[in-house]
Design a protein around this ligand. Sequence first.
Ligand code: FEO
Length: 404
Amino acid sequence: MKAIEIKKGVYWVGAVDWAVRDFHGYETPGGTTYNNYLIMDDEITLLDTVKHSFVDICIKNIKSVVDPSRIKNIVINHIENDHASGLSAIMELTPEAVIYITEKGKKGLARFNDISKWNIKIVKSGDTLSIGKRTLLFLETPMLHWPDSMMTYIREDKILVSQDAFGQHLASSVRFDDEFVKCESMTQLEDSVVDYYANILMPFGALIKSKIAEIRKLGLEIDVIAPDHGIIWRTTPAKVLQTYLDMAGGKANLSVSIIYDTMWHSTEHMTLPITQGVRDEGVDCKVIKLRATPMSVAIKEFWKSRGALIGTPTLNNIMYPSVAHFLTHLRGLRPKNRMVGAFGSYGWGGGAVKEAYEEFKRMGLEIYEPGMQIVFQPSMEDEEKCYEFGRDFARKVKEYHTKF
Ligand code: FEO
């Protein structure tokens, strides 16, 4: 690998992780990248590092441009391990470099590293750093993705280094949006943006809206958005900003996701007439079996649709474990602006559907009641009820969707 110039004198020096499939519990079927950037100016400056296991690649990339010992400044936009655990190896090569980081970032950095010999300067929103012909402007973005997070704007190049925001978990041999669209597709790129947002940034919609408003108020012209994961936006930076604003504002498709698991195929059997009912109401529908689908994909599909029906058999009077796992995961992501209902089969006591509704209430979602339960296998009569259940749910989702 070698560095890739993204604008004159500004280089991508990161690493592509084709193989990662479990990113701290988040499935990444498409791998990811750890992006970081090198600016060749009077004071050579590195923006972020990479995951420690990829730091040798990063160092080789830097060496393809300059001896790393000449790096004068290192900006750490985010201390999570995928971006900052390579820092100690870089500091060994340039021990006099000055590290620029937020106050919370410095505290966190000290928990992961011995920082006693490092020259660290705290920065906050609005602070600038002149590195020669260029000026860096720092923008704190707490909770996007951690409390320490910030972005760095390279004023003269109009590049926003956005750290986790606007990224995608997507390994690719190309670095830029136009290149990716040429060799893959815009649909795949957009899907990766939604997947990333749903699984990582869903809880922070309000913060995202206010941060984008702040960027707009500052009147920053943006030619390039360079995130720390995935593809760099040089053709359509405004589009990814708008996509984030839309998602943060509750935008969803007028569609229903049916997310379920099953023991002896009874709950699965229920999905067939329910799906037909939803479709006959003119609403798109996707069916996802949890044990056959990565969690991150189920979360993404939930997020894409205005409505979701959760199917769970009763096991020992409670929800089926994979469904409980999904709903617990979903609750942590604090979803909003979605309508939900539940269905499932039971043998004697029941309990799973009731428990699913308790979980919906904890999440504060728009609830469709009552849920639908059947005993053992669905009869012909049950199938008819399932059809009507799906149809009525789709009707209510259509009404609810008009509020957005
Ligand atoms: Fe890509 Fe929050 O780390």
